[in-house]
Design a protein around this ligand. Structure first.
Ligand code: AMP
Ligand code: TRP
Length: 335
């Protein structure tokens, strides 16, 4: 039986943090043997907000190397760079022409990011979800493992599939494959460590708000020591009045691979002074093997370049087949 296809991606904007790891990459790694996986570094998405051309290539390598360091295996997965496959831009254009403008204007992520850009907000930022739909649809992905914040973009992708197939295909022979989101409840929304009501994000101007996968043990210790807490005695989950407490306990629970009950039994009577060192240790020990693997991969540039080259070859074969099908359905001359 053919394996189901998985596709996902992360933008090379800054370092990966624990939210990216727990909401996305860790899940990709855990289920990769079951699926035929494509993981891309979505560098075309990275320029939808102002970017620095002197760091883009380096950041792209960093994310690809982190995929490998986190445990993505080439036996089950293809790793590639989005901008190296021209079909992504081409399909995005074709889909643009069937996407109603108001579908994009109501995207929450657009509205949030657009506020920050003011007058300079680009057409690319508005169009971001269509490019993301192209990423997914080119590989005929069955499943798209992402964090909670991407749910609306996945819904838009699904709406586009219905619209395209209705207009340009038949129910018996659909052209675009309907994807499903794969959002694991656990870790789907890791919050900032300086404000438990905001999600942990690469775009937060303060680096103290997140733990990056490549932070040194010393920095991790400093960040957790500074992490926001409250003066209430005892620790417990799920209290809307204590978002920081829930977030830090959740981080500890997921990283230590313990159940909620185990964590409650262990930590309910602790004060922050007792709990924080435990959390610091757990984070450092989780990240230690990832960091050491990362640095050894980065020391072998040719190895990484070869992986990305092979990835691009494999990805472009699949992507171009879909692009041809779409162009045929739209009535273009054969190329
Ligand atoms: P991005 O950082 O926007 O490129 O996101 C890459 C992946 O990480 C996506 O699947 C996001 O849904 C996921 N992600 C980003 N931030 C978080 C967070 N705070 N908690 C859980 N998942 C997240
Ligand atoms: N928009 C996603 C994010 O910020 C990144 C992304 C781009 C993506 N294309 C994708 C994720 C395709 C999954 C599938 O997290």
């Amino acid at each position: 039986m053919n394996k189901k296809r998985v596709l996902s991606g992360v933008q090379p904007t800054g370092n990966l943090h624990l939210g990216n790891y727990l909401g996305a990459i860790r899940n990709w790694v855990e289920s990769q043997e079951e699926y035929d996986n494509f993981f891309c570094v979505v560098d075309l998405h990275a320029i939808t907000v102002p970017h620095d051309p002197t760091t883009l290539a380096e950041d792209t390598y960093t994310i690809a190397a982190l995929y490998l360091a986190c445990g993505i295996s080439l036996e089950y997965s293809t790793i590639f760079v989005q901008s190296q496959i021209s079909a992504h831009c081409e399909l995005a254009w074709l889909l643009n022409c069937i996407t109603p403008l108001n579908w994009l204007e109501r995207m929450i992520q657009f509205k949030e990011k657009a506020i920050k850009q003011g007058e300079n907000v680009s057409v690319g930022l508005l169009d971001y979800p269509v490019l993301m739909a192209a990423d997914i649809l080119l590989y005929e992905a069955d499943l798209v493992p992402v964090g909670e914040d991407q749910k609306q973009h996945l819904e838009l992708t699904r709406d586009l599939v219905v619209r395209f197939n209705d207009k340009f295909a038949t129910p018996e022979a659909p052209v675009l494959k309907m994807p499903n989101p794969l959002i694991r409840e656990e870790g789907a929304r890791i919050m900032s460590i300086t404000d438990g009501t905001k999600k942990m994000s690469k775009s937060d101007p303060s680096d103290w708000s997140r733990i990056n996968l490549l932070d040194s043990p010393e920095l991790i210790e400093k960040k957790i020591k500074k992490a926001k807490t409250d003066p209430i005695k005892g620790l417990w989950f799920d209290d809307p009045e204590r978002p920081e407490c829930d977030n830090l306990l959740t981080l500890y629970r997921i990283l230590s691979q313990k159940s909620k009950t185990e964590v409650i039994n262990e930590c309910q009577d602790m004060g922050w002074g007792q709990f924080k060192p435990l959390l610091i240790e757990t984070i450092i020990e989780t990240l230690r093997p990832i960091q050491s693997k990362y640095y050894s991969i980065r020391a072998e540039q040719t190895y990484l370049d070869n992986i990305l080259k092979q990835g691009a070859t494999k990805a472009s074969t699949v992507a171009n087949q879909t692009l041809t099908k779409v162009k045929n359905a739209l009535g273009y001359l054969p190329s």
